[in-house]
Design a protein around this ligand. Sequence first.
Ligand SMILES: Nc1ncnc2c1ncn2[C@@H]1O[C@H](COP(=O)(O)OP(=O)(O)OP(=O)(O)O)[C@@H](O)[C@H]1O
Length: 452
Amino acid sequence: MDKNGDVDVTNLADQIETLDTQEPKHNSLQESSHDVIIQAVGDDPILSIKTFEELKLHENLLKGIYEMGFTRPSKIQAKALPLLLKTPPENMIGQSQSGTGKTAAFVLTMLSRIDFNLQAPQALCLAPSRELARQIMVEVRKMGKYTPVITAEAIRESDVKSTTTGKTRSEEFANAQLIVGTPGTVYDLLKKRIINKTSMKIFVLDEADNMLDQQGLGDQSIRIKNMMPRDCQIVLFSATYSAQVRTFAGRFAPNANQFTLKVEELSVKTINQFYMDCKDENHKFEVLDDLYTLLTIGQSIIFVQKRDTADMIAKRMTDKGHRVINLHGGLSTTERDAVMDGFRRGDAKVLITTNVLARGIDVLQVNLVINYDLPLDSTGRHPDFETYLHRIGRTGRFGRTGVSINFVHDANSWEIVKAIENHFNREIVKVPTDNWDTIEGILKKEISKLNS
Ligand SMILES: Nc1ncnc2c1ncn2[C@@H]1O[C@H](COP(=O)(O)OP(=O)(O)OP(=O)(O)O)[C@@H](O)[C@H]1O
C-alpha cells in the first residue's frame, strides 16, 4: 500500500518462474514429477533442456528468441520442445498452467518445420478468437523476424482486400508458409482451396480443449483436421482439459506425447483469489464503482456473462466517470481490433468483456481480474471450471503476481464460488464489501504473502 493508502497492485514483483533444471532420471515411457505427468511415445529418455541452444535451432530463430528477451526456456518449453522437434515428428497433447509460455513452444516448432524455399502453406495454427489469433501471429513475426517466413492471418470474414497488405485473400494465401486463424475462416479458405493443404506439415490447436468442444468449435476443427495430410504433426495445447475432452483429444492426436497436470496443480500459485459478498445484482455495480473509485488499480479485466451486461456496465461506469472500454462478439472486427490494440498499448486501463477474451490473451500489465458474473456452463446453473481458470489466468502471467475478485450476490453464486474452491483445492478468500480499510488491508496482506 502506498502512502495515500492505496493498494499498489501496479508494481507487483516480476518473479520469473523457477526452472526445473534437473537431469532426466530414467529412461522410461512415463515420467511423473510433483506437478506434471509426461507420457512419451518413444523409448528415448525424456529430456529437459536448460538453454535454447541445446535444441540446435537455426541461428536466425535463436536470434529472434533472444531479441524477445527469452533468456531461458520455461518449464513447459524445456520439456515439450525436445519432444515437439523430434524427427520424424510426433504428435503432442500438451498441458501447462496459464501464462507459462505454451505459445512460444508451438510457434518455435512451427517455424522449425518450415522449408523456407517452398512457398506453400506448411504450418497451420487455429485459435478460438480473432484476438488470440492476432496475438499468436505477433509472436510468430517476432520469433521469425530473422527468418524469411511468409505468414498470413485467416481471420477476415469476407473477401475484401487486407487493409494492411492490400492483397486479396487468394494473393495472400498463395505463398504463405505459416497461417494462423480462427476455425470458421480457415475451414472456408480450405474448402475454397484458397489455402492449399498438400504441403502442410504441422497443425496446431491452441486452447485445444475449447477447439475440440463438441458443443462449440469441435466440428470445424475435426473437418479441418480431416483435410490435413496423413503425416501432418498434430499439436494440441491448453491449460485445461476436461476428462471427456482429454479422451477425445487422444483420438484427434493419436500416439501423442502427453503432458497432464493434476487438478490441484492447475491454478497459478501467484494469482490470489478473493470473493466479495454483494447484497444483490444492483449492489454488484455499486461495489465495482467503489473498487475503481477507492483503489489504485493498474490494468484490469472485468468479465461478464453476456454482451448486454458488458454494454450496460460499460455505460454505467462511464456515466460514473470511470474510463473503461468494452469488447465482445457483437462489435465489428474493426472495433474489436481498435479496442484490443488500445488496451495492449495501455491507453485504456479497464476492459469489460465476455468469455470471448477468457482464453490466451496475454497483457502482462493486467494485475486484476474481476468476475462480475461467475462463469457458468451451458445449463446456466453450474460453474464452468475451465473458463474460471482461463479468466483469472489473464493476470499472473509468467511468474507475475495477480489478484482475482469474484462477485457473489445470492445463494447460487455463493455455491458456485465454493464449488470452484473445492474443485481446484485453492482457497478463495472473502473480503468485505463495506469497509474499504479492511479491503485494502486484506489485499495488501495477501499480495505481500505472494511476494515474500
Ligand atoms: N522463455 C521465456 N522467457 C521469458 N518470457 C517468456 C518465455 N516464454 C514465454 N514468455 C512470455 O510469457 C508470457 C506468457 O506466455 P504465453 O502467452 O505463451 O502463455 P500460455 O501458456 O500460452 O498462457 P495461456 O494458457 O493463458 O494461453 C508471454 O508474455 C510470453 O512472451
